[in-house]
Design a protein around this ligand. Sequence first.
Ligand code: ATP
Ligand code: MG
Length: 292
Amino acid sequence: MQEATIQEFIQKAATLVEALPYIREFEGKTIVIKYGGSAMENPVLRKSTAEDLVLMRYVGMNPVVVHGGGPAINRTLDQLGVESRFHDGLRITDKETMRVVEMVLAGHINKELVSLLNTAGGDAVGLTGKDGNLLHAKQIDVDGSVDIGHVGAITGVHSKVIDVLCEAGFIPVIAPIATDGEGNTWNVNADTAAGEVAAALQAEKLVFLTDTPGLLRDMNEPDSLIHQLRYKEVTSLREQGVIAGGMIPKVEACLRGLDYGVRKTHIIDGRIPHSLLLEIFTVRGLGTLVCH
Ligand SMILES: Nc1ncnc2c1ncn2[C@@H]1O[C@H](COP(=O)(O)OP(=O)(O)OP(=O)(O)O)[C@@H](O)[C@H]1O
Ligand SMILES: [Mg+2]
C-alpha cells in the first residue's frame, strides 16, 4: 500500500477514535433535534441528516426529531389558493388553513422524513402531538382583538409515547401539531415544541438545525457568528434586535430547555453536510452554543 494511502487510513481511524468519548458520554441519552423546514429543502442534505440520526441511534443514543415545514406549507397554501394573513408574525390559522397545515406537516413532511430515516437503515415512527396525547395546547394569547384561529401555545407534554418508542429502539419523528381535552387541533411553533419536548424528556442536548451558521451578530455577515450565548446575555441581544424573527423561538426554547435540566443547547447550520454528526462526535463546536 502506498504511504499516502496508509496515512489516509490512519487518519480515518483517528477520526473514528475521536468519536469514542462522545459515544461513551451520550450512550442511552436523549438528544432532541429540531429539523427546520428551511434546512430540509435540499435532498442531498436531507439524506446526510438522516444518516447522522441513524448513526446516533446505532451507537446507543436516543435521537428524537421535531420538524418544521414553513416553506412547504407556504407552497401548498399558494397552490390551493388559500390566502394567508399574518398578525405579529403569526399566521392567522382558520379551519381551512389548519386542515392544510396538518395535511402538509403530518401527511407529507412527517412521512417523508420517516421514509428517509428508514431508507438510511433506521426504524422511525412518525407522530403528531395528538398521538399518545403527546402535546396539549390552548389558543395563544395575542394583542388586540384579532382571532388568530388555531395557533396554539403548549400547555402540557405527555412524553410517555416517546419514552416507549425510544426504549424499543425507534426514532420518533414529531410534527408540531397539538390537541387538547376537546379534540381540537392546534398549530404550534416547531421550535417551541422541540424545547418543551426536550424539557419534558430531560434531554441531554437540544439541537436546532437551521439555515444559518447559527446566531449571527449581524444577519448579513456570515462571519459574525456568536459561538457561545450565555443565558444572561439574551435579554440585551433581544433588545438590540440581534435575536429576531425565526431566532426568537429557538433561543427561547433553548432557555426553556436549560431551565428544565437540558444540559446543552445548540443552533447549528443544517446546510453543512453532517453538521449534526460533527456537533455531537467531535471536539469542534459548530454554530451557537446556548448555555447557562
Ligand atoms: N441574528 C440572527 N442570526 C441568524 N439568523 C437570524 C438572526 N435573526 C433572525 N434570523 C433569521 O432566522 C432564520 C431561521 O429561522 P426560520 O424560522 O426561518 O427557519 P427554521 O426555524 O429553521 O425553519 P422552520 O421555521 O420551517 O421550522 C434565518 O434564516 C434568519 O433569516
Ligand atoms: Mg422557524
